[in-house]
Design a protein around this ligand. Structure first.
Ligand code: FPP
Length: 246
């Protein structure tokens, strides 16, 4: 009998999928509609994807809703993105809570309006006891900003004598990140054909399989998620080792 490979095959269903939901603006432009219309349709795609992830048994879904760089967009578009977070929580929180979804929001909380902070806290508190699907929304999030904030907190702990500089290593540092409670993503999907990380999960994506799909985000659905999972399953993951596992 041929010897079985010692490398574990990628699990049939990845534990953690991260998504850069890109292409809302282009989707709207193709229809001669304002960009904000594309973002609103993007929320529908998010709803479909959360449901599909739950159905498929994905444990963690992390989506990029608003980046620290998105402040550079016209103020009307920035306001529309904040309104969509308000609307999403207002419309979906009851259902998410009922269906066993735990909601978390990662990103910089400084300078967010007080009603947004209140909405985030309400969603997180209400769903704290759930564990069927962990939905994390990155909002006012940037990977470099997250690492800098974590470094600042670690430095404060060193200054306060809580830890020694020598105790800082990748594992202990990870506990200072916004994602301290999450496993690293197995797959990072970016829609719309762009081939960049755009400052998303820079630390966490060290060994993540990157999956780029041409579909624009508002067209994303369960079949597209299944296709992305299939691409991941066909890849071998070696974590810097060899393919024989030795
Ligand atoms: C990128 O498309 C998408 C965004 C900057 C926002 C993503 C937000 C949503 C899908 C809405 C849901 C959000 C929450 C918080 C519930 P783009 O505008 O850069 O598209 P383009 O590259 O075609 O211009």
């Amino acid at each position: 009998m041929p010897q079985a490979s010692l490398t574990p095959a990628p699990a049939a269903v990845p534990r953690h999928i991260a998504i850069i939901m890109d292409g809302n603006g282009r989707w709207a432009r193709q229809r001669s509609r304002p960009r904000t219309f594309g973002h609103a349709e993007g929320v529908e795609a998010l709803r479909r994807t959360v449901e599909a992830a739950g159905d498929l048994g994905v444990g963690y879904l992390t989506v990029f809703g608003f980046s620290t760089e998105n402040w550079r967009r016209p103020i009307e578009e920035v306001n529309a993105l904040f309104d969509l977070l308000r609307l999403y929580v207002a419309r979906d929180l009851d259902r998410l809570a009922r269906e066993g979804v735990r909601v978390r929001v990662i990103g910089d909380r400084e300078n967010l309006q007080s009603d947004i902070l209140e909405i985030i806290s309400r969603a997180e508190t209400r769903t704290r006891g759930n564990d069927k699907l962990n939905l994390t929304i990155a909002f006012n999030y940037g990977g470099q900003d997250e690492i800098a904030r974590a470094a600042r907190r670690a430095a404060e702990d060193v200054k306060a004598g809580k830890i020694a500089p020598a105790e800082i290593n990748p594992e202990s540092f990870g506990r200072y990140l916004d994602t301290a409670e999450l496993p690293p993503p197995d797959i990072l999907v970016r829609t719309s054909g762009e081939l960049r990380l755009s400052n998303f999960m820079l630390w966490q994506a060290a060994y993540t399989e990157l999956v780029f799909v041409d579909k624009l985000w508002p067209d994303f659905d369960k079949a597209a998620l299944e296709e992305a999972i299939e691409m991941y399953r066909k890849r071998e993951r070696r974590y810097g080792g060899t393919d024989s596992g030795s």
